[in-house]
Design a protein around this ligand. Structure first.
Ligand code: PHE
Length: 342
């Protein structure tokens, strides 16, 4: 019997753990109500009387020993546990909060603004809900003229019967500025425009334009061409070329569409430029004398040019995005990619 006590004592002595589960198993095995030590106490009655005293003493010692061992192990285990939970370096900087990124359309718009600011253009804005005069009539779109159908319009119900629409282009800002500002005028007008079109990879019911307008004495088509060439080289690099094709807009005469050499394939031909090497990015022309007169400017003294470019188109070229819908879906996997740009 006494050997048994010694054996158990040795086991207890050798036992080590910092694991709370193992410690609990230890407690159950030795100190539990069905544990080994309780078992020895039960055997007490079988011990011969002359040995009872010593055995009893040894048994009590064993019990205390086991209890002390358990308590000591428990203390170190709890300490280890709380150490694991505590931050080990209180001076460590916190986790960074995720920061958003600027929208690619904003990035490109701001770059356009920046380029024109450097050559003396100031930035103007106009309302997105526009009246018929500023969006069409003053811009030389005659009443019932088919040219109004060039741009499918979202009309807006108004309380006083006024003809209101979501502006179909930023050219409406030209009119507002010519009506209200002193000459000479040199402005750009960035903004959102709306057209009633089915949404696809290549068309959307809203998109962004930057309008430009320069009115002074002796402004010529050569000035327009040089200004646009400067812009394109700043935007796409020294190697970029421009091409002007005759076109028609009611508010400019002559009118042109401007293509830029395809930056994606270096004009070799790709599916973005449809194997032509060129991409159209804006409409432009000399402001029609009728428009100047509509806005109270003497067309015999003053002349000017205007242009309107598509921001999405330019962003598409800069970032090689081939689906317009991505710009308005706000998928962070798309937006996150512009974090490091500019
Ligand atoms: N407003 C025209 C468009 O939306 C572009 C343009 C602007 C053309 C200024 C000529 C001059 O297509």
């Amino acid at each position: 019997m006494l050997e048994k006590v010694d054996e158990i004592k040795q086991q207890i002595e050798a036992f080590q753990t910092e694991n709370p589960e193992e410690l609990e198993a230890f407690r159950i095995k030795y100190l539990g109500s069905k544990g080994l030590i309780k078992g020895l106490f039960a055997d007490f009655k079988n011990v011969p009387n002359d040995q009872k005293k010593e055995f009893g003493q040894r048994l009590n010692e064993l019990k205390n020993f086991a209890q002390e061992k358990h308590d000591a192990l428990k203390a170190t285990a709890t300490k280890a546990q709380s150490k694991a939970n505590a931050p080990d370096d209180l001076t460590r900087p916190g986790e960074p909060l995720p920061v958003g990124s600027r929208h690619p359309i904003s990035l490109v718009r701001d770059e356009i603004i920046d380029i024109f600011s450097r050559i003396g253009y100031s930035v103007e804005e106009g309302p997105e809900v526009e009246d018929d005069w500023h969006n069409f009539t003053a811009l030389n779109f005659p009443e019932e003229h088919p040219a109004r159908d060039m741009q499918d319009t979202f009309f807006v119900n108004s309380e006083n019967g006024e003809n209101l629409a979501l502006r179909t282009h930023t050219s409406s800002v030209q009119v507002r500025i010519m009506e209200s500002q002193e000459l000479p005028i040199r402005i750009i007008a960035p903004g959102r425009v709306y057209r009633n079109e089915a949404i696809s990879a290549r068309a959307h019911c809203f998109f962004h334009q930057v309008e430009g307008l320069y009115i002074d004495k002796n402004v010529s088509f050569a000035d327009l061409k040089q200004t646009l060439l400067f812009f394109v080289k700043e935007m796409f690099g020294e190697k970029a070329k421009i091409r002007l094709r005759p076109s028609y807009f009611p508010f400019t005469e002559p009118s042109a569409e401007m293509d830029v050499s395809c930056t994606i394939c270096n004009s070799k031909g790709c599916n973005v430029c449809k194997y032509t090497g060129w991409l159209e990015i804006m409409g432009c022309g000399m402001v029609d004398p009728n428009v100047l007169e509509n806005c109270g400017i003497d067309s015999k003294v003053y002349s000017g040019f205007a242009f309107g470019m598509g921001v999405e188109r330019i962003a598409q070229l800069k970032f090689q995005v081939n689906d317009l819908r991505l710009y308005s879906e706000n998928d962070v996997r798309f937006l996150d990619q512009f974090k490091a740009v500019f």
